[in-house]
Write a protein that binds this ligand. Structure first.
Ligand code: NAP
Length: 479
């Protein structure tokens, strides 16, 4: 086993530095426990100093033209893409994501940044005449401009340590805000490398405070910091709810957990449904917010669908991220224990194991459970691991009822060859997005992306993300 005891510097006070206390957090690869590096564990005082510089730097940044800001971000995208292999290798090691997907995340991030800049160029304000109300006057002209909010706190999850961080940082910066970026601890090295490229692209370094440290230690402090003007968070529902309670009088965008159902009707193309469901449920070992996390299938086609899913599950490669395995070890022991606990409990309650249920440490084989009932925890909880429960239903209404009984409302898939019927069901589903005859997924990144109920607050997707970091600033000309 190779080890790397180096402390990787973070960006505070406009400089790359370690914590003055020399406190660090060891980052180990989830799949082999290799020490990849140490990241600074910053104190509240250090963060406070750096945040005051980040807040001050925003004033000048906001005066720059959007072209000027955009050109730095476009250069950032080019640098990231030119380092696809290196950055992909960092993501792969840090979060045990298969090599091709880790590199794909870098490319997707670069594309995301480019589209964000182009879209920002077209986000204009408005001019209004004051004569639309009785007694109004044409001599009153309101100029509604898009002004930056100030300093944005961007908090990212472990599972897409670059993409879901850049998707917060790029809109904030291009619209003239500064950023406090708190990466997930398991994902902090990827976050640091991504910000290194941003500074190399020419961003004034004080515009970003890179707040490395455990969320449990510095999270509440950051969320309640009086200089934060908006919070953009992606992560678990419990953390998101906690943040929404702590924050006060500032906008908060939350992208949280999900329990996305795939509803399969008797008239569906079952081969297609099985293919989409397997890709949707098991890619990155199910550690995706929009993973398909339950199947609600009509009784009459359930046996056939389960057979087709089983065949595809058995083709999934289980192993290490370097070998491009589809199923790789989960992020930590606690997550693996939790998933295994859900599987064990479901088995005890009568669920049938069709595939998987084999474990080696954090590596859980792709598991398919049939005959899951609504009495079982796995019918409702988000495993964030490679397990898919099949719930058989006798009617379309029952499928919709179980889909909507969930505390979550991120996405849902409906598989049917009858478009009218699928649309009817889509209308009834309490989720942010319904996918017809395809797996649930976040992209394309310019589509609005949102969760309802405990799955989120506010809307992402490039255009909405840009709108979320500005406010109207109205100047009235009285002629
Ligand atoms: P998490 O445990 O909630 O952590 C998310 C982030 O919050 C991390 O940076 C974490 O820092 C930080 N944090 C922890 N406590 C905090 C506090 N008190 N105040 C502020 N920040 C705090 O989530 P995760 O395990 O990384 O990600 C998995 C979850 O994210 C799943 O539920 C998944 O569904 C959800 N997710 C949702 C979306 C979406 O778009 N809807 C996308 C991806 C993931 P530390 O790492 O230092 O603890």
């Amino acid at each position: 086993m190779t080890t790397n005891t180096e402390t990787i510097k973070t960006l505070i006070n406009g400089q790359w530095a370690e914590s003055a206390s020399e406190a660090t957090i060891e980052i180990k690869a989830p799949h082999n426990d290799e020490l990849i590096g140490r990241v600074p564990s910053l104190s509240q005082n250090e963060l406070n100093d750096s945040i005051s510089k980040t807040v001050a730097a925003q004033e000048d940044w906001a005066t720059k033209s959007i072209q000027e800001r955009g050109s730095i971000l476009l250069k950032w995208a080019d640098i990231l893409e030119s380092r696809k292999e290196e950055l992909g290798a960092t993501i792969m090691k840090e979060v045990a994501k298969k090599k091709s997907s880790a590199e794909g995340e870098v490319t997707r991030t670069a594309d995301f940044i480019r589209y964000t800049v182009e879209e920002a160029y077209r986000l204009h304000g408005d001019a209004l005449r004051g004569d639309s109300f009785k007694g109004g006057s044409k001599k009153k002209i309101g100029l509604a401009e898009k002004a930056p909010l100030g300093t944005i706190l961007a908090i990212g999850p472990f599972n897409y340590p670059m993409n879901l961080s850049a998707s917060k940082i790029a809109p904030a910066l291009v619209m003239g805000n500064s950023v406090i970026f708190k990466p997930a601890t398991q994902g902090a090295i990827s976050g640091i490398k991504m910000v290194e490229a941003l500074i190399e692209a020419g961003l004034p370094a004080e515009l970003v405070t890179l707040a490395t440290g455990r969320g449990s230690v510095i999270g509440d402090f950051l969320v309640q910091h009086p200089s934060v003007d908006m919070i953009n968070f992606t992560g678990g529902t419990a953390t998101g709810e906690h943040i929404s309670k702590l924050s006060s009088m500032i906008p908060v965008v939350l992208e949280l957990g999900g329990k996305d159902p795939a509803i399969v009707l008797e008239d569906a193309d079952l081969d297609k449904a099985a293919k989409e469901i397997v890709a949707g449920a098991y890619s990155y070992s199910g550690q995706r917010c929009t993973a398909i996390k339950r199947v609600l299938v009509k009784d009459e086609v359930a046996d056939e669908l389960v057979q087709k899913i089983e065949a595809k599950v058995k083709d999934l490669k289980v192993g290490m991220p370097e070998d491009n395995a589809d199923i790789t070890p989960l992020i930590d022991d606690k997550s693996a224990d939790y998933v295994q606990g859900l599987i064990d409990e479901a088995k005890e309650q009568g669920a049938t194991v069709v595939a998987g249920d084999k474990r080696d440490g954090r590596l859980l084989n792709a598991t398919l459970l049939d005959n899951v009932t609504t009495e079982m925890r796995i019918a409702w909880e988000e495993p964030f691991g490679p397990v898919l429960p099949i719930i058989r239903v006798s009617s379309e209404e029952e499928a919709v009822r179980i889909a909507n009984d969930s505390e979550y409302g991120l996405q849902a898939s409906v598989f049917s060859n009858d478009t009218d019927r699928a649309m009817r069901i889509a209308e009834k589903l309490e989720v942010g997005t319904v996918q017809l005859n395809a797996k649930t997924e976040r992209g394309p990144d310019h589509f609005p992306f949102l969760g309802v109920k405990s799955s989120g607050l506010g809307v992402q997707g490039i255009t909405e993300a840009l709108r979320s970091v500005v406010r109207d600033k109205v100047t009235v000309i009285n002629m």
